[in-house]
Design a protein around this ligand. Structure first.
Ligand code: UDX
Ligand code: UDX
Length: 429
């Protein structure tokens, strides 16, 4: 198939590359010319395991190319995917200006039948608006269909999640685009759900909000575990073995962040409000999540007392493991709270330090994780990078002025840490 993706970011670049991997002819469009030039020169603007070699392979074999021209992308493909940002507004509603702008660009470039697919996460009923916009801005008589095809990729596992999706969701307003959309996804050998556009759009928000709810649930349980001397990881293992619950997304810690959960929760709450329903349950999910950060920060101040001029080492800046993305990162939030109290920070992250340098000022970025604790009064773990489990704890204990470790992602074992002589604080244990 000949496919175009508009918006070559975490979602668009990975989606386009995986489409090329299964044999499609792909054009990736982006309005950021420097990003397009970087990609054309073989550079990769984001970190995703497995992405770089896959991009290089398909640029070399001619299946994947990059351009800043929407017109080029529309004229040379049959199906156009929109994967541009849908950022949250302060009141929680969604900024759809990029979607509307791209829909107009596509419309003005259309001279024959096209399928326009919305992959970006959008509020329910956006598909109708995109269809109206295209109708208004395209030349008379040009036929098209609008499809909703939300993505479920997790950053840091995006290639894996796209190559082996649990399911593909396709929302349509007529049967005409169904066969072509099936042809796009058949090579992925995953269940394909064809439904109406509104249901497809809601599946995305409902899924993300449920995952966030699961995390807030175990975080609330972690508070009870601490108060009752239980171990939240044991509780998570125990309930997770029930096939109806499942162990994944039951890791208590600093709470969730990233460019999706916080945004999608606020959007879903806002949409529900506009549709006449007060989604109080999801507001509680947000409240519990914010509470996790407050509680963990209080652990630090209760233990260290005055933070002003204290030297604190922080391991982790990305919003989660396996990514360089620092958008709405709990780790960055924690660093900024510590700085606000006058703490002096030494920080390390395996992949996110470049992106963090745009946000975090007056901190010492340390290349080697085993050097971050030098001369510090405490060590904090803020992101669940598996590498951090290989930290040289003996060396860290000696490097710290006092052997104090705050583990926001429960990477270490409390008994082990006590044996090593640490004052060890974690979450729910
Ligand atoms: C974002 C949101 O995070 C996600 O929820 C939504 O489903 C899709 O958009 P992401 O890929 O993470 O996904 O965004 P980002 O990494 O910022 O990439 C967006 C790309 O679109 C950028 O490269 C930007 O230059 C490009 N863009 C933006 C366009 O090409 N045209 C536009 O009008 C706006
Ligand atoms: C999420 C959804 O998983 C994905 O399906 C959707 O397409 C986009 O949003 P993502 O935001 O990339 O993906 O990361 P995810 O792995 O879901 O983690 C989100 C946040 O939750 C991270 O901050 C992570 O640290 C946190 N998390 C995750 C927990 O605190 N506990 C858990 O058990 C799992």
């Amino acid at each position: 198939m000949k496919l175009t993706i508009i918006g070559t970011g975490y979602v668009g670049l990975v989606t386009g590359t995986c489409f090329a991997e299964v044999g499609h002819q792909v054009i990736c469009v982006d309005n950021n010319e420097s990003k397009v030039k970087l990609l054309q020169a073989g550079g990769i603007p984001i970190y995703e395991p497995g992405l770089e070699e896959m991009v290089k392979k398909h640029v070399a074999n001619g299946r994947l190319r990059f351009t800043a021209s929407t017109k080029d992308g529309v004229e040379n493909s049959d199906i156009i995917f929109i994967a541009v940002p849908t950022p949250p507004q302060p009141d929680g509603s969604v900024d759809l200006s990029y979607i509307e702008g791209v829909a107009r660009e596509i419309a003005s470039a259309m001279t024959s039948y096209k399928i326009v697919v919305d992959k970006s996460t959008v509020p329910v009923k956006t598909g109708d608006k995109v269809a109206e916009t295209i109708k208004r801005y395209c030349k008379a008589k040009v036929e098209f269909d609008v499809v909703s095809n939300p993505e479920f990729l997790r950053e840091g596992f995006a290639v894996e999640d796209l190559m082996k999706p649990d399911r593909v969701v396709i929302g349509v307003r007529s049967q005409r685009p169904v066969a072509a959309m099936r042809d796009v996804y058949t090579p992925f050998n995953a269940p394909i759900i064809v439904t109406d556009i509104n249901s497809a759009e809601l599946i995305k928000h409902a899924a993300n909000s449920f995952l966030a709810l699961k995390i807030s649930y175990i975080n609330a349980v972690s508070v009870i575990c601490e108060a009752s001397g239980a171990n939240v990881q044991e509780v998570a293992n125990g309930i997770g073995l029930d096939a109806r619950i499942g162990r994944r997304f039951l890791d208590a810690g600093l709470g969730f962040g990233g460019s999706c959960f916080p945004k999608d929760l606020s959007a879903f709450i806002k949409i529900s409000e506009q549709l006449g329903y007060d989604f109080a349950l999801l507001k509680e999910v947000q409240r519990i999540n914010a509470g996790q950060m407050e509680r963990f920060f209080k652990k630090i101040t209760d233990t260290l007392w005055v933070l002003k001029d204290k030297k604190i080492a922080v391991l982790g800046l990305a919003f989660k493991q396996n990514t360089d993305d620092v958008r709405s990162s709990p780790a960055i939030d924690l660093c900024q709270r510590l700085q606000k109290e006058g703490a002096i920070l030494r920080v390390h992250d395996p992949k996110a330090m470049d992106k963090a340098k745009d946000i975090l000022k007056n901190v010492t970025f340390v290349e080697d994780m085993n050097e971050v604790a030098e001369g510090c009064d405490a060590l904090v773990i803020a992101t669940e990078w598996p590498d951090f489990k290989k930290l040289d704890l003996e060396r860290a204990r000696k490097a710290l002025t006092h052997p104090i470790l705050f583990d926001g992602r429960n990477l270490f074992d409390p008994l082990e840490m006590e044996k090593l002589g640490f004052i060890y604080k974690s979450v729910g244990r």
